[in-house]
Design a binder for this molecule. Structure first.
Ligand SMILES: C=C(O[C@@H]1C=C(C(=O)O)C=C[C@H]1O)C(=O)O
Length: 297
């Protein structure tokens, strides 16, 4: 076979490239309008599932917890211009608690997340606190009623539970003047805590792949086009997901526009700072080539 054409003159079918998407609402502006090239197949799951799928080779690319990218920086590389990051509050990575942070003794962790657990560990260490951390599933209020004094939750359910605690959002409230307590519960936004500690953005996820198996150019191009389209139609995306989540449209719209999806210099700075604090001695972080001028989408 030469030049990709078989002796019969047939083109070999292109090998399938497998993608794994964490499909929380916060990636809707990238994934909702993504048209996959024919050679790409995608599965979806929660962060810990996608982290495992990428590391076991079940998928070739995934938006994974940034801490897993850092831990496996010797074999992984990340797309240079894709992130799920924020500067300040994120609203969906929340510690729900019933006592002040310094008095917490037992915190329930979600099994869905690697990143928020690593972030919580860094923040607790910085504050000199060492509560017991245990995996436990269930909604925050039941776990708090059942013996935990802190509960860490992420993603769509954390966003909904946050709103149950701090909402409803009256006309006099703006998203920047919301209470952080309600129903006897305080909600600590871990990305806000990171901002208070460092003054930098926090990068929750990157799109990673094995260094020897980068994604086909048409997939990355399609992702950039989908993101441009998604960000341009944020109100529509927010309306659709608000209905699904049972949340007010303006809350979901604020939630979405607050994300930083382009892994810009400040997001990399935050990522490197987190890497040094959470995984001392990690291998250098590797990123693919940034697109040229006008090519970022
Ligand atoms: C901000 C979030 O980011 C997600 C949180 C992750 C984690 O905690 O491991 C992984 C990927 C991110 O997309 C969220 O879903 O609430």
């Amino acid at each position: 076979m030469t030049g990709g054409v078989s002796p019969l003159g047939l083109r070999p079918s292109p090998t399938t490239y497998r993608a794994g998407w964490i499909h929380y609402t916060n990636v809707a502006p990238i994934l909702d309008s993504l048209v996959l090239p024919e050679s790409v197949r995608a599965i979806t799951g929660v962060p810990t599932q996608m982290n495992a799928a990428l590391l076991s080779g079940e998928v070739d690319i995934a938006n994974i917890s940034a801490v897993e990218f850092i831990r496996h920086a010797d074999v992984l590389e990340a797309l240079p211009d894709f992130s799920v990051a924020v500067l300040g509050p994120v609203y969906s990575v929340n510690l729900f608690h019933t006592r002040p942070l310094p008095e917490l003794r037992r915190i329930a962790l979600t099994a869905q997340s690697a990143m928020s657990v690593a972030l919580l560990e860094v923040l607790l260490r910085e504050k000199g606190l060492s509560p017991v951390l245990e995996r436990a599933e269930g909604d925050a209020e039941s776990l708090l009623a059942g013996g935990y004094d802190g509960v860490l939750r992420i993603g769509d359910s954390a966003l909904r539970e946050w709103y149950q605690v701090v909402g409803p959002l009256g006309e006099r409230h703006t998203m920047t003047s919301l209470p952080s307590t309600g129903r006897g519960i305080t909600v600590t936004d871990l990305a806000c805590e990171w901002f208070d500690l460092t003054g930098h953005p926090f990068t929750f996820a990157v799109w990673a792949y094995r260094q020897d198996n980068p994604p086909p150019a048409d997939l990355v191009q399609a992702m950039r086009e989908a993101r441009r389209h998604g960000i341009g139609h944020l109100a529509r995306i927010a309306a659709r997901h608000a209905q699904r989540l049972g949340l007010p449209e303006r809350v979901v719209q604020h939630y979405l526009w607050n994300f930083r999806y382009h892994l810009e210099a400040p997001d990399r700075l935050g990522l490197r700072e987190f890497a040094d604090k959470a995984v001392p001695g990690h291998a250098p972080l590797k990123f693919g080539q940034r697109p040229g001028p006008g090519g970022t989408g």
